[in-house]
Design a protein around this ligand. Structure first.
Ligand SMILES: Nc1nc2c(ncn2[C@@H]2O[C@H](COP(=O)(O)OP(=O)(O)OP(=O)(O)O)[C@@H](O)[C@H]2O)c(=O)[nH]1
Ligand SMILES: [Mg+2]
Length: 362
């Protein structure tokens, strides 16, 4: 009896007999449902990518970014088919602290590149951003022209992931973009954490954006990042800032001379620009072109890409081994016990580690 009463009052049956509102469109609903069901096959995506279809490219990247293990073989098929069509590009990494003007610069630089006949893909690596697509919305307003550009493709970062995961996806995304005919790949990274190192190991040319301060240019800049840079560009060289930017240029030039020579044979160049006023952009392109001319002639270009491929193979093995180890249910249990034992000095950390490893490999 009590049961019956409950049933009739249930919120679940409350809508019974109430018609759908007039604004409801049955055909729209059917469209949504079929779209959801329709997952393009690997073949469809490959054909689309090779034709340069940006929609197919986007969808393929979504598959690559998926964490669903059921997609692994599809991802592998797509990458495998695209690989022979990849590699015909130049890959440029761009870094700089938040607010330095990376997005504005990429808008100016990217539109310059498409105006001289290049096809540009812009990717971002930002493992710190957990709100997916948050920053790209801001970026899309800063890249107004480039977003609309037929010869440009902008893709936000895969987010909420480990750096290793993001890096792998970015590497695979580069291959897809190249197979789709994009000949200039720009990879933006935030100027914090380890993401620069990851990006540095997937690009041919690394550009560090800076702004001038009050003569303290070199302060707070990580030595490692300066050492990685093939060019330092002092942005916002406009208005009252022009003189300061020139000073900064001299200072960076001097500082760069203190670093050991690069194995590429390239001498890093410092220049100024205004992303906002779109000045100095052609000089930057000239520097980059000179670099590629040099490293293609002395074969450093090929050597570096080969090294990078080997590096990423080893990285992937490391990542997989680690994640397999730490996700093993038996290890999860043993790890907790051993953490306690080690914390309370009942067991040495080394012995605990060796025991854990041997129970994993047994
Ligand atoms: N005066 C001047 N302002 C600029 C220039 N480039 C960028 N800005 C301004 O600097 C601010 C930050 O520019 P963004 O392009 O968003 O910088 P960002 O490095 O992409 O920043 P994050 O995405 O937050 O890391 C914006 O208000 C831009 O309008 C420039 O060349 N001159
Ligand atoms: Mg930005």
């Amino acid at each position: 009896m009590a049961m019956k009463q409950l049933e009739s009052k249930s919120a679940l049956s409350e809508k019974e007999g109430i018609p759908q509102p007039e604004s409801f469109s049955q055909s729209a609903l059917e469209k949504i449902v079929t779209n959801r069901k329709h997952q393009p096959s690997a073949e469809d995506l490959i054909t689309g990518i090779l034709k340069g279809d940006k929609v197919a490219l986007s969808r393929a990247i979504t598959v690559v970014e998926s964490t669903n293990p059921a997609h692994t073989s599809k991802v592998n098929d797509i990458i495998h088919a695209c690989l022979p069509h990849a590699n015909n590009s130049i890959r440029i990494g761009i870094t700089g602290v938040p607010g330095v003007g990376k997005s504005t610069f990429i808008e100016a630089f990217g539109t310059y590149l498409t105006s001289i006949g290049k096809k540009v893909a812009v990717l971002t690596v930002d493992p710190s951003s957990t709100i997916s697509h948050g920053s790209i919305l801001g970026d899309k307003t800063r890249m107004e022209e480039l977003v609309k550009d037929e010869n440009a493709f902008i893709r936000p970062a895969a987010s909420g992931e480990t750096l290793g995961g993001v890096a792998r996806k970015t590497r695979e995304t580069i291959i897809l973009c190249e197979a789709a005919g994009f000949d200039t790949i720009i990879i933006e990274t935030v100027g914090v954490g380890q993401s620069e190192t990851a990006v540095h190991s997937m690009v041919d040319f690394f550009l560090l954006l800076k702004i001038s301060g009050a003569g303290d240019e070199l302060q707070g800049i990580k030595r490692g990042i300066m050492e990685m840079a093939d060019s330092i560009v002092i942005n916002k060289a406009d208005g009252d800032n022009v003189a300061k930017a020139k000073l900064a240029k001299t200072e960076f030039n001097r500082a760069l001379h203190l670093f050991p020579a690069k194995s590429s044979g390239w001498i890093p160049q410092v220049t100024t620009c205004s992303a906002y006023e779109k000045t100095g952009i052609d000089t930057i392109w000239k520097i980059i072109s000179d670099y590629f001319e040099l490293v293609k002639a002395n074969h450093y270009f090929d050597q570096k890409r080969q090294d990078q491929n080997q590096f990423w193979m080893l990285e992937t093995i490391n990542e997989q081994l680690k994640s397999n180890f730490y996700n093993n249910p038996e290890i999860v249990k043993l790890l907790e016990e051993n953490k306690l034992a080690v914390a309370s000095n009942k067991k040495s950390p080394f012995l605990a580690a060796l025991e854990l490893l041997s129970s994993y490999f047994k």
